[in-house]
Design a protein around this ligand. Structure first.
Ligand SMILES: Nc1ncnc2c1ncn2[C@@H]1O[C@H](COP(=O)(O)OP(=O)(O)OP(=O)(O)O)[C@@H](O)[C@H]1O
Length: 279
């Protein structure tokens, strides 16, 4: 298995219970979309799987390592070097050059001398160029990150994970800063990359239609718990309505790719709205 979470809970330092009773596992090479309303716990789940926040309760195994019983900081670092994370806002030093930001994907895998040398002079320019070409940003290779748009920065973060060649890719709303066409192309790229390398991919997505079209397995999260874990074709409109319903039970609009950024989001007519094609 790529990861197994057994009755995992995550309580933040202020006492807020972000996750409770999470049972979730993935075989190596599976691709899973996490969906659910804002504040449901999608990011918290990704940070738990990625070991950024170790669970407060329950047991977890990631890439063969038992957590939180990983014995040393060194082992934890080695484990994290196999996990690639795409953040909503890429944690990139803005004064850095794009090439350096992409090569940072392998800092955890390189010996210390090479990692340090790469900060001064990029050690694998060709590799960085190749990764950037896949997100249509090869012309920005030597640009400074503070000269990029938010969407371009998000794609640099994706290029970094592609370059990392992680065994487990965790993408937290990886296309939040992109327009619908680029969102689709970028999610396709991540799904295809994971399939080609038999990497596991878990991506949280706001756009329900994008998730249903691009991922075979959908996990719905609400109030820190798993509401459903189903093949995309089996997710019903009623389950989606329940997942996104307001706290008082009244219906809420399902977020879709077409409605992202729109002032008036609309209800999709069914779980498979004919707005995009992923495969
Ligand atoms: N560091 C923190 N300390 C305290 N509470 C937190 C912390 N991080 C998140 N939370 C709370 O945990 C809950 C889940 O947050 P999380 O970011 O996981 O949700 P999400 O589903 O990713 O939301 P969104 O779609 O808006 O990004 C929220 O109620 C949030 O306020």
């Amino acid at each position: 298995m790529s990861f197994v979470l057994d009755d995992v809970g995550l309580t933040h330092t202020n006492g807020f219970v972000a996750l409770a009773g999470i049972r979730l596992s993935a075989a190596q090479g599976e691709s899973i979309a996490l969906i659910g309303p804002s504040g449901a716990g999608k990011t918290s789940l990704l940070t738990a799987i990625g070991t950024a926040h170790l669970p407060s309760s329950g047991r977890m195994q990631v890439l063969g390592q038992d957590l939180p019983a990983v014995p040393s900081a060194r082992q934890l670092k080695a484990l994290r070097s196999l996990i690639g994370t795409v953040h909503q806002s890429a944690p990139i030093a803005l004064r850095q050059r794009v090439v350096t930001a992409v090569l940072a994907g392998r800092l955890g895998q390189w010996p210390l001398w090479k990692a340090l040398a790469s900060l001064a002079y990029p050690q694998d320019i060709a590799g960085a160029r190749e990764a950037l070409a896949r997100v249509q940003l090869e012309d920005k290779l030597f640009a400074r990150c503070d000269q990029l748009s938010g969407g371009q920065l998000q794609r640099v973060g994706i290029a970094r994970v592609l370059y990392q060649q992680a065994r487990l890719i965790l993408a937290d709303e990886p296309v939040s800063a992109l327009d619908p066409a680029l969102s689709l192309a970028t999610v396709q790229l991540l799904v295809q990359e994971a399939a080609a390398r038999e990497a596991t991919l878990v991506a949280s997505l706001h756009a329900v239609d994008l998730a249903l079209r691009c991922f075979a397995r959908i996990v719905g999260i609400r109030d820190g718990r798993i509401a459903f874990d189903l093949p995309a074709a089996q997710v019903s409109q009623a389950q989606l309505q329940a997942l996104y319903a307001h706290a008082d039970g009244s219906a809420a609009a399902l977020p879709t790719l077409g409605s992202m950024g729109s002032a008036t989001p609309h209800l999709v007519p069914g779980p498979a709205a004919e707005v995009i094609t992923c495969r």
